[in-house]
Design a protein around this ligand. Structure first.
Ligand SMILES: [Zn+2]
Length: 504
């Protein structure tokens, strides 16, 4: 039985061989080739040799021309000093947040300067915010590389059961209380490495729980003209070597304010967009004037996008097919907006009203989801913290939660805070400086053509703009640590280990 089957296999294999010119089949070596009289195996071996030589040749050439000769910007970190022609500098990172700059705003034809900067440097298709897609959770995610469940700023307003304190983003007594702000911001990491830092209104506390503060700190103030912000940033950059910050963070809220006021498609948003674009241009030009583009990495980011909420479908949570009036009065703490985190006055009520919401026959049940910490989508990383309320109602885009009493009073024409998978919630990322120079050099080199990840993480368009794939904003902490050479000081975070390797 076994000999028969092995015979049949042999038959089959040999039959296969008849159809292929196997260069290593001894049987075939005796067969003459068609024209020149060379044995076929010799021809094949010679051809294989040529191909091998060709591959080695191209590879060697690629190596000679490749950035394996270490791009000079790669070694520019730590104590390495570079001159701009007149002054010595250490590697410097300037991260600027334009609040509410939705990723696709850059495609409106209103931001020629940001596009020009991204053309000289690079941009991402979009940057994915953390959930909830709100200002404070995301600015702290950018600073710490952590999701909300890890950095503790789980909304712009929430109640903390541990301290029994209420966090509210625009009340200084809570917004500056270091107890709320978990994780290590990039300026603390930089401080640990002995780097001078400067913070111009970046949302967050002036001091962390461990007592670390940015070297220079300008607290939040509304309606500060962009020109004043430009002057402050440049004043820091123009400081003498021993006083000059190497990590600068700056924040601008006007575009978000416009988006809320009149919606993302409004004239006001477009006009404000053009203004922040001019600000970006002025900042970039100032670096060019100072011959600092090989020294300063400028990174423009935003925290989230914006969607039109001028005509939302209202879902009244005190209607009988939702919580009902009694259910609403059983809520003792209500967190977040536009999603709603609910804490009830008893476990019994919590179970009862959760069940009521989950089985709701609401005519617009398609417009919202109800989650507990156990059912929350895992991709949100929004469950493992006791600041996250036990029950959440999360509206979908075009829907808004409200009560019969509140109605649509005070509801803005634009909003964010929805699912971070929604494209309208996505943020922007544009970078220029020594970092983008390395990326482009790597991509342009022959060696780049051999990289297994070619075109997987980024690609160039026909006009030579380099566009990275969308990536999560928790990776930015790791990027800045890498640029400043402070990776050994970096704190644990939710960024992906080695995420930036393919860009260097
Ligand atoms: Zn914001």
């Amino acid at each position: 039985m076994s000999s028969r089957s092995s015979y049949e296999e042999r038959e089959g294999l040999l039959a296969e061989n008849d159809r292929f010119d196997d260069p290593f089949d001894k049987e075939l070596t005796t067969q003459p080739s068609d024209e020149d009289g060379w044995p076929r195996s010799k021809m094949v071996k010679t051809a294989s040799g040529f191909i091998l030589l060709l591959i080695l040749g191209v590879f060697a050439r690629a190596l000679l021309r490749s950035p394996l000769h270490v791009h000079p910007d790669l070694s520019f970190s730590g104590d390495y000093i570079r001159s701009n022609g007149t002054h010595d500098f250490r590697r410097t990172v300037l991260i600027v947040s334009i609040d509410g700059l939705r990723a696709d705003y850059l495609d409106r034809g209103l931001t020629p300067h940001l596009l020009e900067i991204s053309k000289r440097g690079l941009r991402a298709k979009s940057m994915v915010p953390i959930f909830p897609t709100l200002t404070f959770p995301n600015h702290w995610a950018l600073m710490t590389g952590l999701y909300a469940e890890s950095h503790g700023i789980i909304a712009n307003n929430f109640w903390d059961p541990q301290t029994e304190l209420e966090f509210h983003y625009n009340k200084i007594s809570s917004a500056w209380n270091p107890e709320f702000w978990l994780g290590e911001p990039m300026w603390e990491t930089a401080n640990k490495a002995g780097i001078i830092t400067a913070n111009l209104m970046w949302p967050g506390p002036p001091k962390t729980k461990s007592g670390s503060s940015p070297t220079y700190f300008v607290p939040w103030k509304d309606k500060v003209p962009l020109s004043a912000k430009l002057d402050q940033i440049l004043a820091w950059i123009d400081l003498p070597f021993d006083e000059r910050p190497q990590l600068l963070m700056a924040y601008e809220p006007s575009l978000d304010q416009a988006g809320h006021l009149t919606g993302p498609m409004s004239t006001l948003v477009n006009r404000t967009l053009a203004q922040v674009d001019l600000f970006a241009a002025a900042l970039h030009d100032s670096l060019v004037d100072r011959n600092l583009t090989d020294i300063v990495d400028i990174v423009f980011v935003s925290d989230h996008g914006m969607t039109d909420t001028s005509h939302p479908t209202l879902i009244y949570v005190d209607d009988d097919d939702m919580l009902g009036e009694q259910g609403l009065s059983a809520v003792v703490h209500e967190d977040g907006w536009p999603a709603m985190g609910l804490r009830f006055n008893s476990k019994k009520n919590e179970s009862y009203y959760l069940e009521k919401l989950l089985t709701s026959q609401h005519p617009h049940a398609e417009g919202f989801d109800v989650y507990t910490k156990h059912t929350m989508p895992s991709r949100w990383h929004f469950a493992h913290h006791d600041r996250i309320a036990p029950v959440w109602i999360v509206p979908k885009i075009d829907y808004a939660l409200t009560t019969r009493k509140e109605g649509d009073v005070g509801m803005s024409k634009g909003n964010h805070g929805y699912d971070n998978n929604e494209h309208s919630m996505h943020a922007m990322f544009v970078a220029h400086g020594p970092f983008s120079a390395v990326v482009k050099d790597l991509h342009r080199s022959s060696f780049g053509a051999w990289l297994p990840w070619k075109n997987k993480g980024w690609h160039s368009t026909s006009d030579d703009t380099y566009v990275m794939d969308s990536f999560p904003n928790v990776e930015v902490y790791g990027l800045v640590a890498r640029l400043l050479g402070t990776e050994n000081y970096a704190s644990h975070n939710n960024g992906t280990k080695g995420f930036w390797d393919k860009y260097f």
